[in-house]
Design a protein around this ligand. Structure first.
Ligand code: ZN
Ligand code: ZN
Length: 145
């Protein structure tokens, strides 16, 4: 499939244009590195781009994506991994291992979503957004604790 036909990529390009930003090689490469993958560390992103863009440029692109709301930082302990935001991948949560950093995406759970919205309504908060991350140790890591 041609990359230009990918709907997420088309949406990405549209968002950049709407913000009067050009679609540079670096921006496109970082986006593609995040597309369809599990949450990525900065190192993962660098690796998949294969060092064709220097680290400073990658950080600058990530900073821009963050400002535009294109990405979401998944907190794992005091570190984080990056994934595309709900705009591209749909709302979901993660369970991650504090030992090895493995991240598992969990599909939307209607009862959790309902409870969060009810809580917001109880406190008179309109149009609530939220993040929910569950952390612990996977079987492999818990054995070494
Ligand atoms: Zn682990
Ligand atoms: Zn949720």
């Amino acid at each position: 499939m041609l990359a230009s036909m990918n709907p997420a990529l088309l949406l990405f390009e549209k968002i950049l244009r709407t913000n009067s930003l050009s679609i540079t090689n670096a921006r496109k490469k970082v986006f593609l590195a995040l597309l369809g993958n599990e949450p990525q560390s900065m190192r993962d992103i660098e690796r998949s781009i294969n060092k064709s863009i220097n680290r400073t440029s990658i950080y600058r692109v990530i900073e821009l994506f963050d400002k535009l709301g294109l990405i979401h930082k998944v907190q794992i302990g005091w570190k984080y991994k990056i994934e595309l935001s709900d705009v591209f991948v749909g709302h979901h949560h993660h369970i991650s291992c504090l030992g090895c950093g493995k991240v598992i995406a969990i599909h939307e759970d209607k009862s959790i979503e309902r409870l969060i919205h009810e809580l917001a309504a109880t406190h008179n908060i309109q149009r609530p957004v939220h993040q929910l991350e569950i952390q612990g140790y996977c079987e492999g890591c818990v054995a070494t604790l």
